[in-house]
Design a binder for this molecule. Sequence first.
Ligand code: KIV
Ligand code: NA
Length: 276
Amino acid sequence: MKTILDFYRMKQANEKMVMITAYDYPSAKAVEKSGAELILVGDSLGMVMLGYESTTDVTVADMLHHAKAVRRGAKQTFVIVDMPFMSYHISLEESLHNARRLFQETGAQALKVEGASAQVLELTERLTAAGIPVVSHLGLTPQSVNIMGGFKVQGKDHASAHRLIEEAMAIEKSGSVMCVLEGIPEPLAKLITSRLTIPTIGIGASPSCDGQVLVYHDLLQYGTERLAKFVQPYADLNDITTKALHAFVNDVKESKFPTAMHTYQLDPDVTLDGGE
Ligand code: KIV
Ligand code: NA
């Protein structure tokens, strides 16, 4: 398994890192086989796996359930688990308690938190001191969708761009080992990436980041209805699934399935009483 030191070396060598989300056993197995170095058990699972309206509905129990399945499917890959909405904002004590569970019970390599508030910076320091690596997430932070007033690109104007640069410097100083940058303009992503020693992983944050992340269901078009501008679909599982299920339904209705090939017979010398 790659470690955080490998990711620092990759940044220095200009080698791109790839992170893909996974939420269950089959997706974890598929990502592990893909050559991606990093798996994120994102709280996006609330939408793509559970049909919630927003990541603000995701609970620690949801994250534990899914992250454990991911671990079982990907034993050799660096796994990062999102701390869900309000699981790290009530008190330091409760945040540490939730972090311990999300780290220890899932066997993850790191936890991810959104933003760079004083509270999140303090938690980052405390977790780092306790031996739990923290990945930060800046820019468009979906858990704050109701504060941002929608899923909007962040850091477009001078003030907010400079605020984001300061946040990036602050999370690194607090001990963060990696930073997801979401929904920010390219020049800002480029500047933050060059200023930070830790790797930046972009989503809707230009090719200038040290690596890229996409949501499994977006890149495979699996259960998703519309894709954001920053997504490149690499398959259409919606189409494959619909066609396959439709074909199965039709075959059963037209008695084309099952055939002899799918059917069991008695031992050759056996006849059943009352049979034929
Ligand atoms: O939850 C998630 O999938 C994420 C990525 C989009 C970075 O946080
Ligand atoms: Na997330």
